[in-house]
Design a protein around this ligand. Structure first.
Ligand code: UT7
Length: 349
């Protein structure tokens, strides 16, 4: 028998330090007016001492408290992040230790800003098959450490934070009714943050340098290794307008696909919780799928884009604000680097 899967607890954590647009205008050539009109962002939280695993722990502990479960009840912890403390151990293992979730398996997952959606859908599969009963899914980021604070086109957009959900094999809570995941690796260059290039005694550095020079002269394609090397530091680079177009298209596509899978009309949906990247993306999507803008839950004016954390933080605010009634249906929809996108339909039972 196929099991129901529901979110039975939500949690979030934001670092205390607030950086507003005026603070940013003292670092780069920008203004509160430009940032607000182009993005809708007014301020964001920036971590001054807590790492990603610290934020993840706080959000995870809050979701666990709200679920009514004990740490020992958790069978699996999935942490979605592009800014882990270490390549290894995983952020999920560090959280497992601090929570005392001694019975849990734990791993990290990378789907950039769609990480929370990918995490929830992954958790759903483990629960549906009966392998696990209770899964903690966390989206956590300290994006401030991978921002180029001299690049005004990216550093004004992002913030730090964490959101989390506890998912269980029950139909009580926020029941998952339909899901959708998509990826388009052919567009991977739109949003990047390079890792470490090959570095060992056998590396043919002459080849990589020659290839990089050739690219400068001819614009020829470089191998992945040369591109990582040429990109230099691990900082976010983005082709903003292309990402914008991808975002509007995939948000609208994912909403349509979910409605079709669940055999619902847009009037049946109480709220849409989109990835919080840019108010203009959300407004454009609202016009395209003809959904009143007030159905879209937004908090990006206060937190900016927190990547994998944003949907979990927004969902927690929706739940904590008692904004959902019995029978309400909510669509979570995300998009981000990879490129990736996805959506989850929830029903408050
Ligand atoms: O999770 C996914 C993450 N990413 C996104 O969702 C980003 C999607 N893209 C966007 O949100 C928008 O493309 C941006 C907000 C990044 C940029 O807005 P835009 O309306 O596409 O601006 P633009 O790139 O066309 O730049 C317009 C002008 C340029 O100046 P010139 O060339 O016209 O003189 C930029 O240099 O605005 C300039 N500019 C800025 N000016 C003041 C870029 N960033 C800033 C800034 N302050 N922070």
């Amino acid at each position: 028998m196929i099991r129901h899967v529901s979110i039975i607890g939500t949690g979030s954590y934001l670092p205390e330090h607030i950086m507003n647009n005026d603070d940013l205008s003292r670092l780069v050539d920008t203004s509160d007016e430009w940032i607000r009109t182009r993005t809708g962002i007014g301020e964001r939280r920036i971590s001054v001492s807590m790492s990603t695993s610290d934020l993840a722990y706080e959000a995870g502990a809050a979701a666990l408290r709200n679920s009514g479960l004990e740490p020992e009840d958790i069978d699996l912890i999935i942490c979605a992040t592009i800014t882990p403390d270490y390549f290894m151990p995983s952020c999920a293992c560090m959280v497992q230790d601090r929570l005392g979730a001694v019975n849990a398996a734990a791993f990290d997952l990378t789907a950039a800003c769609t990480g929370m959606i990918y995490g929830m859908v992954t958790a759903e599969q483990f629960i549906k098959t009966g392998m696990y009963d209770n899964v903690l899914v966390i989206g956590a980021e300290t994006l401030s450490k991978i921002l180029d604070w001299e690049d005004r086109s990216t550093c004004v957009l992002f913030g730090d934070g964490a959101g989390a959900v506890v998912m269980s094999g029950t139909d009580r809570g926020l029941k998952l009714s339909a899901t959708n995941l998509e990826s388009d690796g052919s567009k991977y260059e739109l949003l990047t943050c390079p890792a470490i290039p090959l570095d060992n005694p056998c590396v043919n550095t002459e080849f990589i340098e020659a290839e990089t020079d050739l690219n400068e002269i001819t614009g020829a394609e470089m191998s992945a290794q040369s591109m990582i090397k040429a990109a230099g530091q691990s900082k976010i680079r983005m082709l903003g307008q292309e990402v914008f177009k991808y975002a509007v298209r995939t948000v609208t596509d994912n909403i349509r696909v979910l409605l079709c899978k669940a055999n619902l009309d847009i009037e049946d949906i109480a709220y849409i919780v989109p990835h919080q990247a840019n108010q203009r993306i959300i407004e454009q999507a609202s016009k395209t799928v003809k959904i009143p803008i007030d159905k879209f839950f937004m908090n990006l004016d206060r937190y900016g884009n927190t990547s994998a954390a944003s949907i979990g933080i927004a969902l927690d605010e929706l739940v904590a604000g008692n904004m959902l009634s019995k029978g309400d249906k909510v669509i979570l929809v995300g998009f981000g680097g990879g490129m990736t996108s996805g959506a989850v339909l929830l029903e408050r039972t």
